[in-house]
Design a protein around this ligand. Structure first.
Ligand SMILES: Cc1cc2nc3c(=O)[nH]c(=O)nc-3n(C[C@H](O)[C@H](O)[C@H](O)COP(=O)(O)OP(=O)(O)OC[C@H]3O[C@@H](n4cnc5c(N)ncnc54)[C@H](O)[C@@H]3O)c2cc1C
Length: 403
């Protein structure tokens, strides 16, 4: 097979995976605008660090939107294949609670990144840091700004893996949208995903309850329901139980429909079970906490979002325990979100993630407008896209060689 020159721009999970697939047979260079690659990957490691999720195939695929957009990439390189790949790099993983997949204990995020990087260097990949891509041409050229100097390269294939727009300190700042727009590629504005929500708390909640967790709760928005934990913050709510509601809330907010979440503080008790605890008696509000086993934050939230009449009637109070409605003002800013939607419009892309207008160019990872929840699905999506696009390039080169 003739060795081709392939340029990958963006040293995050999507770009690194593409480099891993292409470099054994071709000349691969990875360019990144930052001093260090993989900074968002390392940031993910400071939090939950769910590398992927053990969800079964059908469930895995259903986590991604737009529907069907990721199916082929995920089918070709699913969670089991990803874990196998990590193991080949001597990165064993384990399945934790709710199917989340973590690196084995004591393996630090930087060790994982270094193992991936070392294997790429061993396969001949060259890295160019502090090279910001500022332009690409219709003649397979690509121009970088390297410390004030413009450098233009040519490649047989170009893969962009420039990331979304959250946490811009990591390098993924979304500034590249203008470059694609200027070349006639439609992009969508970035919006926060997997992020907290803003709630107009009364001062008392901000002062006395910010930082307090709400454990074992159930949350609803529209027809989406989640269980887990949320944390009260000075601005609203954060946490794993909140993030899956964000797409529904975003749609409501974007359509100017009043957005609400409904909170169930006692998901393991039905309304009737809570009523039965009363033995037909009214309970004095001062005894609610003890009687229904509610902590001060739960009680304060119910008080803040119900009328006095509701609070004073035990049976209405039980309704509030099971179904407290809290208005949502807005989502937290893009910069703070775990991920973003927006970026390259999927309509611009062929099934293999090459651009319809410039089919030697591929766009992969979070820079493309798709969405998935936290819990390992984001990294899995990025690695699968990198793998799939790279394999598509290998096939094309093979067919070119044959003809
Ligand atoms: C706090 C936090 C926690 C997270 N935790 C998890 C988790 O536990 N599990 C999970 O699945 N996901 C998690 N994620 C999401 C996950 O990290 C991202 O989805 C993933 O890193 C995106 O990979 P990517 O390759 O598309 O882009 P990125 O990792 O964002 O990499 C893009 C790269 O492109 C470079 N770049 C951008 N513009 C240019 C340019 N013009 N020229 C050259 N280079 C450029 C950037 O410097 C960057 O290195 C988390 C994210 C955050 C912020």
């Amino acid at each position: 097979m003739e060795r081709k020159t392939i340029i990958i721009i963006g040293g995050g999970p999507a770009g690194l995976m593409a480099a891993a697939v292409l470099s054994p047979n071709h000349n691969v260079a990875v360019f990144d605008k930052e001093k260090n690659i993989g900074q968002k990957f390392l940031l993910a490691g400071k939090g939950g660090y769910n590398l992927t999720n053990n969800a079964r195939r059908e469930e895995l695929i259903n986590k991604y939107s737009p529907t069907g957009f990721m199916n082929q990439a995920l089918s070709d390189f699913d969670n089991a294949a990803f874990r196998e790949w990590l193991l080949e790099l001597d990165i064993p993983t384990f399945i934790g609670s709710s199917g989340r997949v973590f690196p084995e204990k004591d393996i630090k995020p930087i060790e994982i990144l270094n193992k991936i990087k070392t294997s790429l260097i061993n396969q001949g990949v060259t890295f160019y840091k502090q090279h910001e891509c500022i332009r690409f041409g219709t003649n397979k050229s690509i121009t970088f700004n390297h410390q004030g100097e413009e450098i233009t390269r040519k490649a047989d294939y170009i893969l962009f893996a420039l990331g979304g727009a959250s946490w811009p300190v990591t390098g993924s700042n979304g500034a590249w949208r203008a470059m694609f727009e200027s070349m006639g590629i439609a992009t969508n504005p970035f919006q926060a995903s997997n992020c907290g929500i803003n709630v107009n708390w009364p001062e008392s909640i901000k002062q006395h309850h910010a930082g307090k967790p709400l454990k074992n709760i159930r949350l609803f928005a529209g027809n989406i329901e989640t269980k887990g934990e949320a944390v009260i913050s000075s601005y609203g709510l954060e946490g794993n139980a909140v993030y899956p509601l964000v797409p529904t809330l975003r749609n409501m907010l974007n359509s100017n429909i009043p957005a609400f979440i409904n909170l169930d503080f006692k998901p393991f008790n039905t309304r009737n079970q809570l009523l039965a605890k009363l033995n037909g008696k009214e309970i004095k509000p001062k005894d609610y906490a003890k009687h229904f086993n509610l902590n001060t934050s739960q009680l304060a939230l119910i008080k803040a979002f119900t009328t006095k009449d509701v609070f004073l009637s035990t049976s209405d109070f039980i309704d509030s325990i099971k179904h407290l409605t809290i208005p949502v003002q807005s989502l937290r800013p893009v910069e703070e979100a775990i991920s973003t939607i927006g970026g390259i419009n999927p309509k611009e892309i062929n099934n293999d993630f090459s651009l319809k207008k410039y089919n030697w160019i591929y766009t992969i990872g979070e820079m493309v407008d798709w969405d998935a929840p936290t819990g390992g699905f984001l990294l899995q999506g990025c690695f699968s896209m990198g793998r799939f696009a790279a394999n598509s390039i290998l096939k094309r080169i093979y067919i070119e060689d044959e003809s």
